[in-house]
Design a protein around this ligand. Structure first.
Ligand code: IYR
Length: 226
């Protein structure tokens, strides 16, 4: 049997950006994303589904191990489903905040002002539940493992957050723990595991965020070479 593959390649000539414009674009993109904040106080105002679809398309442009695209984005706008998710998340989060999380963790979270109440899961107009696909099921029923699934889905989620910010929407990377209730409520197949829960919408009129600072460049970048 011949196991050789002949990969097909196509020309790739992305438009060249001149130096001045490159600097300008790099700076502006930083300014755009520097203005991103995790938001916990949402408005109920709905978001056009076409916009959400574009955010998901953008997330799906992320690189992935062996181009397996090991992700599924569940877009939840149904109020009853959002409420079921809120109830289950609060049950887990209550157990975490009231006993499962060690004191150091609670101390680290104190500046964020979080607790087990997750009202935003009812209020935000759209919840995007990101699932990672550990493996694919082949037509013959056999399983084929995906590669670098965490990295791939993490990058795709980052693209989604950046795309939402670009569209003028706000997000939260919510991580109720454990998250297995999401696969149950959304009736996902057994190859999918919840990875992140991302409420998307507009901030409430009186929205506030914690007064946090980001690390400076010299704290995150180490240069080798001149
Ligand atoms: N999952 C909990 C706790 C939590 C943990 C981290 I790390 C945060 O940065 C924020 C919250 C919650 O969502 O409240």
């Amino acid at each position: 049997m011949d196991h050789s593959h002949s990969p097909k390649f196509v020309a790739y000539r992305p438009a060249r950006v001149d130096a001045a414009e490159m600097r300008d674009r790099a700076k502006r993109f930083h300014e755009l994303l520097a203005g991103r904040r995790s938001v916990r106080h949402f408005s109920e105002e709905p978001v056009p589904i076409e916009v959400i679809e574009h955010l998901v398309r953008t997330a799906g442009t992320a690189p992935s191990g062996a181009h397996k695209q090991p992700w599924t984005f569940c877009v939840v706008t149904d109020p009853a489903l959002k409420h079921a998710i809120r109830k289950a998340a609060e049950e887990e989060e209550r157990a975490s905040y009231e006993g499962r999380m060690p004191p150091e963790w609670l101390e680290d979270l104190a500046p964020l002002g979080t607790d087990w109440h997750k009202e935003f899961l009812d209020i935000a107009p759209c919840l995007i539940v990101v699932f990672k696909r550990a493996y694919e099921v082949m037509p013959d029923g056999s399983k084929r493992k995906n590669y670098y699934v965490e990295e791939s889905v993490g990058i795709a989620s980052g693209f989604l957050l950046a795309a939402a910010r670009n569209a003028g929407l706000v997000t939260l990377t919510h991580t109720p723990s454990p998250m297995n209730f999401l696969a149950r409520i959304l009736q996902r197949p057994e190859n999918e595991r919840a990875f992140l829960l991302i409420p998307v919408g507009y901030p409430a009129a009186d929205c506030e965020v914690p007064d946090l600072q980001r690390k400076a460049l010299d704290q995150v970048m180490v240069r080798y070479g001149s």
